[in-house]
Design a protein around this ligand. Structure first.
Ligand code: SF4
Ligand code: SF4
Length: 394
């Protein structure tokens, strides 16, 4: 994994017409490229071979509960932000077989643990908030007390080609979470796309020896001061266009003060507990484990599947779920994400990517819910229910 500062800072220019050279080099070095593509009217992450498959000339419009792909007036390769997929789909797959047991003809059982050598992925187009999300999952899944060996194998093999965001969408709030729109560390290679009437190029920054190795043989030039300044202007413009924000001052304490807030009931009136927000979130890691057998009783398997704290049976224990009400499930999610996560892992569980806002069918906005809690402390909204009416604890 790249370590910040491991390689002396080096910057180059790669002309857009030569982007395929980078893809070819990645393939020569044995990487399977995963990159943005258009599928089902959204930009998702899939295996690709050629830059021809990238969503050049597309952008995305995002608002609470709304996502639309639109055509751009130019042919920018990365003129959009994040869609419903995140890289966790490849590092921590939605469905993972953990082991298989087989009974042979003499009725002996053989247990096979799935430790397959996963593909060496090169993720191309990783945004700053997504790099931050991968770092968050590293803390959870490669932490001191627990190491997920499936995640570890995939993570150690992955090469990260980051792309600085130049066209943030309406639900991005990375700037207020200190995670974007510019990548700072944790990448192997970082690209900034510059496109104007005269030129189309990428400023390339090398973040690791592995990235440096891949770039050997890719035809690039040393960046000029003018090209560097052009890239900086594009990035400053992107930062200014991020309009959404979340005030994270003492956010953990804010949430802990509101465990009994009436506000959760108001969210519950809107929330469908569909779990979309947790499925699209790049940091959510909750899962369940299911065992299956074949009809002959000769093969049994254990599978890990993504699960969600919004599902009523997620907290099932001793004959009943712990969190019965919708209010308690929304409170659990947001309080864990922004509060308890800090106690458990020393980091926020939110990186400000905005996916949970875009893909919530009723447009519930995590930043708005935090603002509502803050307003309630200013006395604008009554926020505490009498004990007997407090269903958030149910
Ligand atoms: S907040 Fe939105 S996306 Fe999340 S469970 Fe509720 S309705 Fe679904
Ligand atoms: S909680 Fe929402 S905005 Fe934060 S990282 Fe998850 S999906 Fe992105």
């Amino acid at each position: 994994m790249p370590q910040p500062g491991a390689v002396e800072e080096r910057r180059f220019v790669l002309f857009a017409a030569r982007l395929q050279d980078l893809f070819d080099s990645l393939k020569r070095h044995g990487y399977q490229i995963i990159a943005p593509v258009v599928s089902d009217d959204a930009i998702v992450y899939q295996p690709v071979d050629s830059v021809e498959e990238l969503p050049a000339g597309f952008t995305d419009e995002q608002r609470p509960g709304m996502y639309r792909l639109k055509r751009r007036a130019d042919k920018a390769f990365f003129g959009y932000v994040v869609g419903p997929h995140s890289w966790k789909r490849y590092l921590y797959p939605p469905l993972q077989r953990l082991w298989q047991a087989k009974r042979n003809e003499s009725s002996d059982l053989q247990v096979v643990h799935d430790r397959e050598q996963p593909a060496r992925y090169a993720f191309v187009g990783v945004r700053a908030c997504e790099l931050a999300a991968i770092m968050v999952q590293d803390r959870v899944l490669l932490g001191e007390h627990y190491r997920d060996e499936h995640y570890q194998q995939r993570r150690e093999n992955v090469l990260l080609v980051a792309v600085n965001c130049t066209h943030p969408a309406g639900n991005c709030f990375c700037a207020s979470m200190n995670t974007g729109p510019r990548v700072r560390s944790g990448y192997d290679i970082a690209l900034t796309e510059v496109l104007d009437s005269k030129s189309h190029f990428f400023v390339v920054e090398i973040g690791s020896e592995r990235g440096n190795t891949v770039l050997q043989g890719v035809e690039m030039q040393t960046v000029t001061e003018e090209q560097w300044q052009q890239a900086q202007q594009v990035l400053e413009g992107a930062t200014k266009r991020i309009l959404k924000s979340m005030d994270i001052t003492d956010i953990k304490e804010l949430l802990y003060r509101h465990l009994d807030s009436a506000h959760w009931e108001s969210v519950a009136k809107r929330c469908l507990t569909c779990s979309n927000c947790t499925m699209v979130c790049p940091t959510c890691f909750c899962h369940t484990v299911e065992d299956t057998t074949n009809l002959h009783g000769t093969v049994a398997e254990r599978w890990r599947k993504w699960d969600s704290c919004f599902h009523i049976d997620f907290s099932y224990i001793h004959g009943s779920p712990v969190r019965v009400s919708e209010a308690s499930r929304y409170r659990q999610w947001i309080t864990h994400k922004l509060g308890w996560w800090q106690d458990q892992f020393g980091t926020s569980g939110c990186v400000g990517c905005g996916r949970c806002i875009t893909w919530c069918p009723v447009g519930i906005d995590i930043t708005e819910e935090i603002s509502a809690l803050r307003r309630s402390e200013e006395g604008k909204v009554a926020h505490t229910l009498p004990k007997e009416e407090n269903h958030a604890n149910a």
